[in-house]
Design a protein around this ligand. Sequence first.
Ligand code: SAM
Length: 418
Amino acid sequence: MNKINARSGTFLDNMKLPVHRWFRYSAGFSAQWVEDEIIRFELESGKKAKLLDPFVGSGTACLSACALQRKSIGLEGHPFVARIGQAKNLWHLNSDEFVDSCLEIVDRARNIKPSQIILDNKGLLEKCYETESLQRLFSLRLAYEDLKTESAIWQLSWLNITSILRACSTAGTAQWQYILPKKNKSRVLDPYEAFLAKMDLMASDMKLSQKKGWGKTANIIQYDSRKNFVEKNFNLAITSPPYPNNYDYADSTRLEMTFWGEINGWGDLKHAVRPSIMRSCSQHSASDKINLDEILSNPELSPILAELQPATKELAAIRLTKGGRKTYHTMVAAYFYDLAKIIRNVYASLEKDARACFVIGDSAPYGVHVPAERWLGELALSVGFKRFQFEKIRDRNIKWKNRTHTVPLHEGRLWLIK
Ligand SMILES: C[S@@+](CC[C@H](N)C(=O)[O-])C[C@H]1O[C@@H](n2cnc3c(N)ncnc32)[C@H](O)[C@@H]1O
């Protein structure tokens, strides 16, 4: 495979790109890289790309396909994240109507008296906002809820409010999106100003993408990719699954979901989000109460069992010596079991000679190396892919929470050829 200079692993570059920049999703990858890959695929295969992303997150891959007027389908399990991607996919609506809906919201919000506002879930929100900011944000929410109709334009106003919640909070955000109520940040925006500024940015991006001739070619669906895919005949898959590195995707939008009254606290993620996303963190595997032997006995895991089983046994033993007793042993087993099903689904949805790229990194929970790219490559061969190849992008030396390990880690692109 040719080297491509654009970084596939980071969302940062997208913050300069129209539409992509509407919501900062730290877990995302580079939109420019996806476009480059689509173009390269077409040059090399002589076919028009039909793209699949089974972990579409905030919609990056699908929007890149729109920019090139190529058909795509994106699946995202997390209901709130899927809604963000779906709202971004409405870039083609009328920007004047969008501006009107936002101005109506601000006008209505400014006339709501603080006494009319009843705050749901004071706990987290009060820790994250000054009183006046919170009142203003809630008045935006109330105004939106009063005014919204069935028209899709209101999904964009919903995204506008959602996307300013972090910038208006005094709380910091960790590198990977978790909210940090104890860490204060210095620059905090006023909600009305932030809402109006975002409205301007979104409206000008809508005009720009329409002027550039983007195609209404993407379909973003809230869907658990472990279930069989309905749509087939893709010739390219570009995706990035969760890594086995204990990042809790369910928790990535806790502040936003709490603000909208969808959850009351971390515990609610168990029912609101976890059932429709794969297991990639110990909090999830603990709450699922997984039986290790039972999960390892699944035939899907047999291609890697000779290595996976000892790794899980080692993790189970180390766990007993640690205060936190994290369930990495069941997390790792469930992680590969879930991904085995998804790789099988991707294979079944691809045409002959199609290619799939999984941006992936390895990990070392409790210092036990988990060679994700090789194990996923072997699982891919077992479902029928002809070959796999790993293209390293960078080395990583991630420090696991509260402890260090010396296992060198890396990140890159796992290419699968059907
Ligand atoms: C690394 S992120 C992908 C980000 C995306 N490339 C972007 O640019 O926004 C992985 C995504 O997979 C989603 N996910 C996890 N399990 C899933 C499942 N079973 N089905 C579909 N999506 C899932 C997570 O919620 C997360 O948004």
